[in-house]
Design a protein around this ligand. Structure first.
Ligand code: UTP
Length: 310
């Protein structure tokens, strides 16, 4: 070590790039029953891939190298999906099915996968708390396993968020999206302080506000960057009426303590596809299938024919 190293200021984040992400996938997915009775909602297909594959691919495209899935009972298929399958690989190789071998090439994604279980489904905040040892002293990304950003997961907002986080020495950066004012009761909504730049300062948050009480129409859009301080806040959060620990309450505590909580708006091209309810799942599936390079054009004709029927 050079002598110079002793004079470097101590920085909170020992690495100047953020390489880790936590992906909570342990929820019951009750709004998608019966489809989710014995399979994870994150494994439901959108066009040709399960949702969670889009999420993992997006994270890798944004520089993430290690991903912790917080899973639960009935979620083993997620771990199996990202695992190498020698039998299937040998069968496809023997049959010269190289196009299909390409389709399972995602198991070589340049990221390491880790898994832990949330014992009881006590909310997103509780699921995040399961990642405390994984995160250690480093800042990390959180990506909800049931939300895709951008058509075919094309969003690069996570890279912009991690850059902003490090540049501004923030405690938290949120991705936010404009929603119709009548829809605020479905989301965590921020109270922003506009600073005229490419990001917003967040001074407060409200979980699922009635449109009359909503502090804005900017909803949290399933991607977060946190410093490990969030785990201290999660410990202080009391369960809500349903017994769940809400991550919004923990972020609120960061705001109350005067910590730097920032937000970046999604561009229209990187809109959030939340597949947690049927109307949104159906819409997402159809939009992705229509955009499929191989099958989209034919599917469009089928849809037009179906729609023309009385
Ligand atoms: P949701 O808020 O959609 O909850 O979770 P849910 O339980 O999955 O679905 P419903 O409301 O019963 O239909 C958002 C993300 O957080 C994860 C989910 O798996 C999903 O990816 N989650 C939620 C957990 O990991 N643990 C929880 O206790 C709750």
């Amino acid at each position: 070590m050079s002598l110079f190293a002793f004079y470097l200021p101590r920085i909170h984040y020992s690495r100047l790039v953020i390489k880790s992400a936590i992906v909570p996938v342990a929820g019951h997915g009750t709004r998608l029953l019966p489809a989710t009775k014995s399979q994870p909602k994150e494994m439901l297909p959108v066009a040709r891939k399960p949702i969670v594959q889009y999420v993992a691919e997006e994270l890798v495209q944004n520089g993430i190298e290690q991903i912790l899935f917080v899973t639960g009972r009935n979620k083993a298929s997620i771990e199996n999906h990202f695992d190498f399958d020698p039998e299937l690989t040998n069968t496809l190789t023997a049959a010269n099915k190289h196009d299909l071998l390409n389709e399972i090439g995602f198991v070589d994604l340049p990221a390491q996968f880790f898994y832990t279980r949330q014992k009881m489904q006590k909310g997103l905040g509780d699921a995040l708390a399961c990642g405390e040892r994984f995160a250690g002293e480093e800042a990390f990304v959180v990506a909800l396993g049931d939300s895709i950003l951008g058509l075919h997961a094309s969003s690069r907002v996570v890279s912009r968020m991690t850059e902003l986080f490090l540049e501004k020495r923030a405690s938290c950066v949120l991705a936010v999206e404009e929603v119709p004012p009548t829809e605020t009761r479905h989301y965590g909504v921020i109270r922003p302080e506009d600073n005229g730049g490419d990001h917003l300062r967040v001074v407060d948050l409200v979980e699922k506000p009635d449109p009359r009480d909503a502090p804005s129409n900017l909803a949290i859009a399933g991607r977060y960057v946190f410093s490990p301080l969030i785990f201290d806040m999660l410990r202080r959060v009391k369960p809500d009426k349903r017994g769940e620990i809400q991550v919004t309450d923990a972020i609120r505590l960061l705001c109350e303590e005067g910590k730097r909580v920032l937000a970046i708006k999604l561009t229209p091209e990187e809109r959030r596809y939340d597949i947690g309810n049927f109307p949104s799942y159906f819409e997402t599936f159809v939009e992705f299938a229509l955009a499929d390079p191989a099958y989209g054009a034919e599917f469009r004709l089928v849809l037009e024919r179906l729609l023309a029927k009385k």
